[in-house]
Design a protein around this ligand. Structure first.
Ligand SMILES: Nc1ncnc2c1ncn2[C@@H]1O[C@H](COP(=O)(O)OP(=O)(O)O)[C@@H](O)[C@H]1O
Ligand SMILES: [Mg+2]
Length: 249
């Protein structure tokens, strides 16, 4: 298998790492049939890629061969943000989906043991037709047989239909919500759109939760590490602010 290097994947503070660990464990409780999980959000910059990447790392670290498929074909930032490089010319999901490469040409093992990536090598303007095509379905099916877990990083639901197309090939969705930023209505709308895909919404991640804020005090009392279930019984909160207020060192 081809190889690529991730140069910029820093260790997270303990509380953030622990919140992600809880998310990983709880995804495990969803059962063996939940293998391909899409990570999405309503708008850009909520932390989809951050959560997908860190969750991928944690799954790999506990020994599960885990594949991260970058399906933000329009606007992927994984390569630049995480310093992803390869000694060979990098080719990725768009090449495979357009029929210009085979699956084995776009799957990479990484310097994270058990961590595999199917990257986006170059952005394309209109990937909808590719995501609706047979090759996408085949890609997910084949990868299911090869890996213990598949995480799919997607574009936001609010702007294009890509994520909803991708959801139909997954066993579940994790919706990332940027705390204090994404309007409730928008989150409701995303939940409704996801419901239409009939792919189960496995959980909501409340990202960058400010544990100093009054509305979070309730959770803070019970979960001082910055992790909590939200009021609907699913969801995990973590963020930089949580660390500041964290009494458990
Ligand atoms: N919990 C977090 N703590 C610190 N930085 C974060 C967190 N979540 C996201 N970020 C940062 O915020 C920016 C946007 O996140 P990103 O994952 O790229 O969003 P999206 O994929 O939803 O567009 C990135 O620079 C990312 O590193
Ligand atoms: Mg992203």
């Amino acid at each position: 298998m081809k190889e690529l290097m991730i140069r910029n994947l820093p260790e997270l503070p303990f509380d953030m790492s622990e919140a992600l660990n809880q998310l990983r464990v709880n995804l495990g409780f969803c059962g063996d049939q939940v293998k391909a999980v899409m990570v999405t959000s309503s708008v850009p910059n909520e932390g989809k890629s951050f959560v997908a990447m860190q969750l991928w790392k944690q799954m790999a670290e506990v020994g599960t061969p885990t594949l991260l498929i970058d399906c933000d074909l329009r606007n992927s930032e994984l390569r630049s943000k995480y310093g992803i490089s390869s000694t060979e010319k990098l080719i990725g999901s768009a090449h495979y989906l357009a029929g210009r490469a085979e699956l084995e040409d776009v799957l990479y093992q990484t310097n994270v043991p058990n961590g595999y990536i199917l990257p986006v090598a170059s952005a394309i303007a209109n990937p909808t037709i590719l995501l609706e095509g047979e090759r996408f379905a085949k890609m997910v099916e084949t990868c299911r047989k090869m890996f213990g877990y598949i995480l799919i990083d997607t574009p936001p639901i609010g702007s294009v239909a890509d994520a909803l197309n991708i959801a139909t090939h997954c066993d579940g969705t994790v919706l990332v919500v940027r705390s204090g930023s994404t309007p409730r209505k928008m989150v409701d709308n995303s939940v409704q759109l996801l419901k239409r895909t009939e792919t189960p919404l496995l959980g909501i991640v409340l990202n960058r939760a400010d544990m100093n804020s009054k509305s979070n005090l309730y959770y803070h009392r019970y979960y001082r590490s910055g992790y909590y279930y939200n009021h609907q019984g699913y969801g995990y909160g973590y963020g930089q602010q949580a660390k500041k207020n964290n009494k458990v060192k």
